[in-house]
Write a protein that binds this ligand. Structure first.
Ligand SMILES: [Zn+2]
Ligand SMILES: [Zn+2]
Length: 81
């Protein structure tokens, strides 16, 4: 009785302590970017995430972020004379 063999071309993730395996470099590169990539940080608070889509969702929810509108908004400094 022979056990089904693992395909030879599947390679383990290059990151230590990760047990994922991949068929190709592109697949692994995407995984590393998503799972082991550098965290993106919210400009408005200390929230961090590795997924830019999640960061955007966070900003929309927590900071009322609407695309580039927030960047063009500048509070008007009131000068009292
Ligand atoms: Zn991994
Ligand atoms: Zn934030």
């Amino acid at each position: 009785m022979a056990l089904p063999q693992e395909p030879e071309d599947r390679r383990p993730c290059t990151i230590k302590d990760c047990d994922k395996h991949f068929c190709g470099d592109a697949e692994m590169a995407r995984h590393i970017g998503e799972v082991h990539g550098e965290a993106k940080r919210c400009e408005y608070c200390s929230y961090t995430t590795k997924r830019s889509s999640r960061l955007r969702a966070h900003k929309e929810k927590k900071h009322d972020y609407k695309g580039d509108l927030l960047f063009s908004y500048k509070p008007v400094a009131r000068v009292s004379s």
